[in-house]
Ligand binder design. Sequence first.
Ligand SMILES: Cc1ncc(COP(=O)(O)O)c(C=O)c1O
Length: 401
Amino acid sequence: MPASSSFDIRRVIRPNILKLEPYRCARDDYSEGILLDANENSYGPAFQAEIGKTASDREEQRISTGADGLSLHRYPDPLGREVKQRVLKLRPSIPSTDNVFLGVGSDEVIDMLVRITCVPGKDAILITPPTYGMYKVVASVNDVDVVKVPLIVEDGAFQLDVDAVIRVAVSNPSIKIIWLCSPGNPTGTYLREEDVRRVLDSQFEGIVVMDEAYVDFVRPERGDSYARLVPEYPGLFVMQTMSKSFGLAGIRLGVGIGSSELVSYLNNAKAPYNVSTLSLNVAMSALSDEGLQKMKYVMDNLRTQRDEYLIPELRRLPHVSAILGGNDANFVLCRFADSNGKTSNEIAKNIYTEMAQNRGLVVRYRGSDYGCEGCLRITVGTPEENKVVISTLRSLLEAIP
Ligand SMILES: Cc1ncc(COP(=O)(O)O)c(C=O)c1O
């Protein structure tokens, strides 16, 4: 029997969160008129005040401070409702804004998910290395165990060992979250739908989180967002971010997509005004029709750079023995070997250090990650930056005997 039909969120959420009485603000009920309910500064942002004007001028001041249209002296909408409406345009399969959670980057969403599900000192999460490092860090901070079921890494496949994931997760009731990442970091690989569905259809009673930070970089013929499975599987929670395809890492806005019940527990537990007015405002532009069109245009360009320049040029370099994984993200995982063809962490590390210290070029050493021996992870840059990557690597690699 598919787990989706027997999934019970109340078995996953911590008892203290189930009975939590969330913080409420008067603004939840009334948001118009003279607003003296939230101890904001009615005079407006002080740095915009006009010195010499008195309190009685404040109406005038308020009009002038409102010129930026952002009312920064007011707390933001606790639920970011307008932004969520626009997220629905980006992912039309999501039924309602009640299925969308906004966090301060995906990193906050990761932390919130662990905090509402895992009892410290008792529960656990399951991760599939090599994977994004924050899952483990957040688990440690919250005193939550980490169970590892590595990906199948042979030939740089980086796909799920589905039988092992299900066996381990089903046999250990303290595991509350299975953490999947598609395309993975550092694997750059989109996870196969049949594997993902098998995990979702298993008897696992916790939440399956699918981190899709890089999903917009996937070539459309390879796959798309698993957000479309959310209506089918109440135990699935998909995470996306404005940091990557939208080029807005600085605004710190992460988007979670799941059942309305799960989203409501996250909303109850979060800080009331977690996402700033400034971030919401920028996200509104990024998620407008024009913003989405531009994001897609940038994605097309970036994928072309990745697939038609960076990867073929890297493959031509001496000592580059493989480009691993599916290349579905905005980075590539490049493996180095010595002159006998043996994978070499030493070469990867030396190149990494020389480039960062003496050539002003910073990439990421990944040689100690499971299945990534001898690898550097290189983000796809602008066409000019990619040319520098290739010429710098060529000069260093040609000098190796
Ligand atoms: C897989 C993955 N998830 C989440 C994040 C964090 O994203 P955000 O900037 O939204 O916190 C990253 C950042 O590199 C990532 O690689």
